[in-house]
Design a protein around this ligand. Structure first.
Ligand code: GTP
Length: 650
């Protein structure tokens, strides 16, 4: 009889605390027969209200990119009945289109689960966090509402750079770590090696490691008892104290306006509660409260220890501040400590192709901003492109994802300039200025009062198979890198640390590293401050007029090659003009490269039969419309397409 209770796939099963003996494992299986672990949806509110704080578990899943966080979340949601295992809805927590398209997590998402174990109900709040370094801030904010973390490691890849970085972040925030080895179903899985790495790198005992396959679901259900046993409840929270709820995330819904995800630290909140923002001192009356299950599910009230949503009933995204504390109106309760402010590493300019779209695009930028507080937005003006915005991002993946989100909404209506890093200008009188718009970078006579320039650096940590050591070192050297550390690990991997200019990192350094190591390298980095540098502005001129939106700043060693390439590319995209056009690249008051486009007139009617009047009119109207999409620099009209093609990476 016992044999039937133990599924065949449990040949992979090994003692997992708290099921550390066969006896306990069988008890668990029998208990499950009598007490289903799933809580029926119609009993949710009633049973949730009775769960004591000691039965709450708030945890996050952290791992290197692609090690299976979102897949594991899917399985946990299925086991606890939050989603139907037969539904086609995969990667439930990757909600943004860009996440589904690219298969990566960009936003941390929270979901609640209820679970019945050994005669008691438990309430879990699970956070699926992004793995990529660019989203570190998003991860660290999510940590604030968690007491534990599942540290997921791919059985065939082992520990990678971001596993290490995420481990230290979680460790520094005092989270209880539960090591999990995933993808044990793969032929290439090497569980003993991954265990050995977890033990030697993180000093987490191998006997605590749970082996799972998030894809097939193997062993995933045994993670839930481990979470209960190993991760502490949020005992610092107090539902009898005066309300204090911290805003963890926010997003916009066209029907109900702004929605806030809050970490309930103290007190309770329900529909009709009058709340106050500690930051703006504005008061609101709560319209709805509830949990993410995985969609918004209204509840009669929220209590301390929960991570859940509230609808405060306002529509202006600018009123919501992540990190802000909400208290009972007029209670005077002390605000909670806020979050670290985002520090943008990459900037781009964004301009509407047609100036009349400015208001519409600005509104949608604000909605995107509401959902991604790591972006900074400022209005900016360009001589060539008119009024637009300067956007700041945490890294190049972050920038490219935000750009995708904007482009999918505004398509061809937006021109986005090349990414740049914030450079520093040090003046002779001791003052400093950060310049994040290349066009504002001092040039020519403006340089007289300047002592020197400096540029931001990162300390990059890379891991890859030992055979690529030489290739990676020459890649780093050719990107102005400076070696800091080199270690050969027992697993046959090399770990190196380099100081790299951030400008080099954002120029698809990771892509180059991946192709140099046939996809095996992993990269992590942290800010390393500014270092003096021989940097200059490279300007593109069309018939003697500077095209400010195409200016870039770079190290002296790159100027000549970039200048030659740029004039050829711009010539290619400007193509047909009605008179001769001279394209020049200028740096340090010197023309470095030049191309000329010979005059040519395009006759749209050339191939048309003289009598075909309607067709003739149509073509002339189309030509007129085409001209509207042109932006004029000096006497030369540059089409939106030409800007977009030039600025697109080849
Ligand atoms: N064979 C196998 N594949 C898995 C398993 N778990 C996840 N995968 C696959 O690994 C890939 C990455 O999985 P995700 O769940 O998207 O990984 P992630 O860690 O959420 O990725 P990011 O959010 O981008 O950091 C997908 O193709 C999954 O199908 C597993 O247990 N076995």
């Amino acid at each position: 009889m016992f044999r039937r209770l133990v599924p065949r796939q449990t040949r992979f099963w090994r003692p997992i605390r708290p099921l550390s003996s066969t006896r306990e494992y069988l008890d668990y299986q029998l208990d499950k027969v009598n007490n289903p672990i799933r809580v029926p949806k119609d009993q949710l509110a009633e049973r949730m209200a009775k769960i004591p704080l000691k039965n709450y578990r708030n945890f996050i899943i952290v791992a290197h990119v692609d090690h299976g966080k979102s897949t594991l979340s899917d399985r946990l949601l299925e086991i606890t009945g939050v989603v139907d295992p037969n539904s086609q809805n995969k990667q439930v927590l990757d909600k943004l289109d860009v996440e589904k398209e690219r298969g990566i997590t960009v936003k941390a998402q929270t979901v609640s689960m209820m679970y019945h174990y050994k005669g008691e109900d438990y309430l879990f709040h699970l956070v699926d966090s992004p793995g990529h370094v660019d989203f570190r801030l998003e991860v660290s904010r999510s940590y604030a509402s968690c007491q534990g973390a599942l540290l997921l490691v791919d059985a065939s890849e082992g520990i990678k750079a971001q596993t290490v970085a995420n481990f230290y972040l979680a460790y520094s925030m005092d989270l209880k770590l539960l090591p999990v080895i995933n993808k044990i179903d793969l032929d290439t899985a090497n569980v003993p090696r991954a265990e050995e790495q977890i033990e030697s790198t993180f000093e987490l005992p191998a006997r605590d490691v749970v082996h799972v396959s998030a894809k097939t679901g193997l062993n995933v259900e045994y993670l839930l008892p481990s979470i209960i046993e190993k991760i502490d409840p949020p005992m610092h929270c107090d539902s009898s104290a005066s309300l204090r709820a911290q805003i963890v995330d926010s997003w916009y819904d066209p029907y109900v306006g702004v929605i806030l995800l809050v970490n309930m630290v103290d007190g309770t909140i329900k529909k009709g509660t009058k709340i106050e923002s500690c930051r703006t001192r504005t008061k609101y009356e709560v319209k709805e409260v509830g949990i993410m299950y995985p969609e918004r599910t209204p509840m009669p009230q929220l209590v301390a220890g929960q991570v859940a949503y509230i609808i405060p009933g306002f529509k202006d995204p600018n009123e919501a501040f992540v990190g802000d504390t909400l208290i009972l109106a007029g209670s005077g309760a002390e605000p909670l400590e806020g979050f670290e402010e985002p520090k943008p590493m990459v900037f781009v300019g964004a301009f509407p192709a047609d100036g009349s779209d400015f208001k519409k695009i600005e509104e949608s930028l604000q909605h995107l901003f509401l959902n991604d507080r790591s972006v900074t937005i400022q209005r900016a003006t360009s001589n060539a492109l008119g009024q637009g915005w300067r956007l700041g991002f945490l890294g190049s993946l972050h920038a490219s994802i935000f750009k995708d989100r904007l482009e999918s909404e505004h398509g061809k209506n937006l021109i986005i300039t090349s990414p740049t890093v914030p450079y520093k200008v040090h003046y002779s009188d001791g003052t400093e200025k950060i310049v994040s718009n290349p066009d504002e970078f001092p040039d020519g006579v403006q340089k007289q009062k300047i002592k020197f320039f400096s540029e931001p650096y990162v300390e990059a940590l890379m891991t890859f198979p030992g055979e690529y050591t030489g290739t990676v070192m020459s890649l780093c050297d050719s990107h102005r890198g400076e070696q800091v550390d080199l270690q050969y690990l027992s697993s046959g991997q090399t770990l190196i640390k380099y100081l790299l200019p951030t400008s080099q990192l954002i120029d698809d350094f990771f892509g180059k590293l991946k192709s140099a190591t046939r996809g095996y390298a992993s990269l992590d980095y942290e800010d390393h401050g500014y270092r003096p540098s021989d940097i200059h502005k490279l300007e593109l001129l069309v018939n003697g007029h500077g095209v400010d939106a195409l200016s870039t700043v770079m190290h002296r060693s790159q100027i000549e090659k970039t200048a030659r390439k740029a004039v050829v590319r711009l010539k290619e995209f400007l193509k047909i003009q009605q008179f001769e056009v001279v394209i020049q690249a200028k740096a340090n008051n010197k023309i470095i490269a030049r191309e000329t486009i010979k005059a040519r007139r395009k006759d749209v009617l050339a191939k048309l039969h003289a009598a075909d009047i309607t067709r003739r009119k149509k073509l002339l109207v189309r030509q007129k419309e085409g001209k509207k999409a042109l932006k004029s620099v000096g006497q030369v009209n540059i089409s939106t397409d030409a800007y977009q093609s030039f600025l697109r990476k080849d």
